[in-house]
Ligand binder design. Structure first.
Ligand code: SF4
Length: 209
């Protein structure tokens, strides 16, 4: 008798966004359970509070679903879409972000993972979605081409690996650290330097033998 396939342990779609932004931040949040708010995260939460109330409305021939739970058995994903617009039975995800209209790779990967879920749930193809930028009140269309799909699959595999090994990647001090709410726990200036010096001490010890 064939063995029943075991479902994959789902990872959260939001973890993909964090991983693409910074693997260490993703591990601190989803492996160590560390969280701090700053002005950026607080504004993001306020924005999502408005779209987080589940429900739906119709606008002409478009049905607008809010806070739709998402899953994919194929990719082992779970999460929630801020908005899904349904036109003639075809779903289009819309994700709310607080900043101005500008492309961020991590947001595009998150939206593409939502499309993976919708394709499985609605048994259809989802060619594109939108990021709604609250600061400029404008939408940006995101095409789910093969490059973005491949990038999203790589991010899914990397986050799954991170969760399995529970390894916290080293800090890499970069401009993105300036807006990072976890900087107070990560301490990239210190942890990066300490790690490097420990490694150098270890190397000296090995070579001295
Ligand atoms: S401070 Fe920098 S290295 Fe540390 S988690 Fe944030 S973005 Fe990553």
């Amino acid at each position: 008798m064939p063995q029943k396939e075991q479902p994959i342990e789902p990872i959260q779609i939001s973890a993909l966004n964090q991983y693409v932004f910074c693997p260490r931040r993703c591990a601190l949040m989803y492996v160590d359970g560390i969280w701090h708010d700053n002005e950026h995260t607080a504004l993001g939460t306020m924005l999502h509070d408005r779209s987080d109330a589940p429900g739906y409305e119709t606008d002409g021939d478009v049905k607008v679903l809010r806070a739709l739970p998402l899953y994919s058995f194929r990719y082992g994903l779970s999460g929630k879409a801020d908005i899904v617009e349904i036109r003639r039975g075809e779903p289009t995800p819309v994700e709310y972000k607080k900043g101005r209209r500008r492309r961020f790779e991590n947001d595009d990967v998150q939206l593409c993972a939502q499309a993976f879920c919708l394709e499985e749930m609605y048994r259809t193809e989802v060619p594109s979605g939108y990021i709604y930028h609250a600061a400029s009140k404008r939408r940006r269309e995101v095409l789910f081409d093969w490059r973005l799909r491949a990038e999203t699959e790589r991010a899914i595999a990397a986050v799954r690996e991170l969760m399995a090994t529970k390894r916290i990647p080293p800090a890499v001090l970069a401009p993105r650290c300036d807006g990072c709410s976890l900087r107070v726990s990560c301490l990239p200036e210190i942890t990066g330097v300490v790690k490097a010096s420990i490694y150098e001490d270890y190397r000296r010890m090995i070579w001295a033998e």
